[in-house]
Design a protein. Structure first.
Length: 209
């Protein structure tokens, strides 16, 4: 029997994760059954359960993957000297995250933000998922803190405010933007970028004054 390549295994896992994400966003986590996921990805139960034991493991894997991507993006930014300014950095990372999951739709509209809010809600009753999210949040916060420290070292940002305070605030800004998307519909990420840019300009002296 020919050995299945790692590339094939990775592609199959990707297929299952993407299909599950689409189902959860469209129908809700609790209303989605494993049968729904099997139908979405057009695979047998055996093929899916080879990778994931059930819905909890699927949603945990989705969360870990997204948080890992975001953490990596901020860690890369922290290594730049100096990092991109906050408005550009947030828009870039969030934009890539949303674009990579543009296939997650409901009624023809982007629905990844709805999935994110569902995950946050589910952590109230699901300790395992809460632990995955806590770990991911801590890693993203640490990466953001390093970005802020780089801003401070380069003179881009005042240094008398704890870097962790700034990191928490920037994460909260993105979380709020995601909640708005979930409740009120899609908004271009440039809206968040422009708003941050305007807030960042408040201490500047207008030209000609």
């Amino acid at each position: 029997m020919a050995r299945v390549s790692q590339e094939h295994l990775d592609a199959r896992r990707r297929q299952i994760l993407d299909g599950a994400a689409a189902c959860f966003a469209r129908n809700g986590f609790h209303a989605t059954s494993m049968q729904d996921v099997l139908k979405e990805v057009d695979l047998s139960a055996g093929a899916v359960y080879r990778y994931f034991s059930g819905k909890d493991e699927l949603i945990g894997a989705i969360v870990a993957e997204v948080m890992g991507e975001v953490r990596t993006a901020f860690e890369e930014a922290a290594r730049q000297s100096p990092p991109p300014p906050p408005d550009e950095l947030v828009a870039s990372v969030l934009g890539r995250t949303l674009d990579a999951r543009a296939f997650v739709t409901a009624d023809g509209e982007p629905a990844f933000a709805r999935l994110v809010v569902q995950v946050w809600t589910e952590t109230v009753r699901n300790e395992r998922l809460a632990a995955v999210l806590d770990e991911g949040y801590a890693a993203v916060r640490a990466a953001w803190t390093r970005v802020v420290e780089a801003y401070q070292e380069s003179g881009m940002m005042r240094a008398d405010v704890p870097a962790d305070d700034v990191a928490r605030t920037m994460i909260s800004t993105v979380q709020g933007f995601i909640v708005q998307q979930s409740l009120f519909g899609p908004v271009p990420v440039e809206v968040l970028r422009n708003g941050l840019r305007a807030l960042m300009s408040m201490g500047e002296t207008s030209s000609g004054s």
